[in-house]
Design a protein around this ligand. Sequence first.
Ligand code: UGA
Length: 432
Amino acid sequence: MNILIMGMGYVGVTTALLLAELGWYVTGLDPNESKIRMLSHGTLPFYEPGLDELLRKHLATRRITFTSESDTAVYDNEIIFLCVGTPSGNDGSADLQFIKEAAESIGMRMQGYKLIVIKSTVPVGTNEQVVQWITQAQTSAIPFDVISNPEFLREGSALQDALEPDRIIIGSENDQATVLIQTLYKKLSSPVVVTKPKTAELIKYAANAFLATKISYMNELARLCTKMGVNIADVAVGVGMDHRIGPHFLRAGIGYGGSCFPKDIHALRFAAREHDVDLTILEKVVQVNKTQAVYFMDIWEQLLGSFTGKTIAVLGISFKPDTDDIREAPAIGIITKLLENSAVVKVHDPIAKLPIHMLSEQLQQFESVEETMQDCDAVILCSEWKQYIAMDWGQLRSRLRQPYLFDGRNMLDGAKLTSQGYHYSGIGMSMG
Ligand code: UGA
């Protein structure tokens, strides 16, 4: 069976490489020719640990090829995965323009049976919509099936998540199509849930929204912890040991970011409003997330005296470690607020880069942590890259004008840093 993956973004490339690793012959299709050239030469268009090796491996095994030619790509492949983007529209709804274009392109070009697998995160009802778009684009009636198979990959650990998923969700109403997709994944030992397409579509949104809810709950509780002199990280350990709750996604910090949680929660709330249902919990989840960094920046500003006129080092601008993705990254909001307060901001990240249009005399990005911290009045840690945890903070202290260290991810050893002379403060911990 030959497989086509439409959309060579983060999900598409990871899915393509997973299927190649599972032994299938895969073609990656994207209209962006420079991206196709990069991939064909073994270079990823984004940073993701482990994927580049797998790309080079399967270029060598010839199980993966890349193209911008839709005609032959659709003709040659029986199974087609839709991995195109579904960005937020102005009203918060998911914009299905790329899904529609892909569906129409398949409908126009198909000359034999196709199984279309929707992997992109799409609103409930999209599966039916794709069936309609394909049917309308067909010049003669040719059979096809559309199934939903949402992804649960995390940036930074996509490869591991792809190879060992907690579950495989298949939304299908056709037994033959279900068997076909199960065959693709037969080497994976994960449990498979076969359900209706609409249910599969909602599972994806519900999972992301629930994870974001856990984070916002802990983030709000962290505010109370600060007032009570209790450490939120210790609370998380005790709470997470209850197997009904679980230890994951209880890390308080400056808020969640990325291309998924913010967008998907907006889309779910939009869909709910269309059905006259108000998802009030999610409204609060978003509100806590929007105000979390500002809440703790106010506390840090009090400790420092003022941000105005100060030089502040911001370490880690990606929305989480092991990615170069700065979409909706809390660090960007923090930098913006510092600039509004007339602070000079010096930025470092192991991989991610600030867009050039943001840079100015007041905001610069440096290659090394040493240069970044030189003559700063405070350091704010925004993403928990391993490098930052492992570095010699004792030595770095001498670079600073004032040794204020604000840990937006609670990732450092506060007691040790205090003994090294830092004024250390994190999220949801005793101020004393
Ligand atoms: C998320 C989901 O975890 C994936 O299952 C899903 O497939 C993906 O969205 C998607 O829809 O494509 P991702 O956004 O890559 O993955 O990253 P996460 O690890 O979920 O982190 C999201 C944000 O939450 C980050 O900013 C992270 O720093 C923050 N976070 C995470 C916390 O603040 N506390 C935690 O305890 C965990």
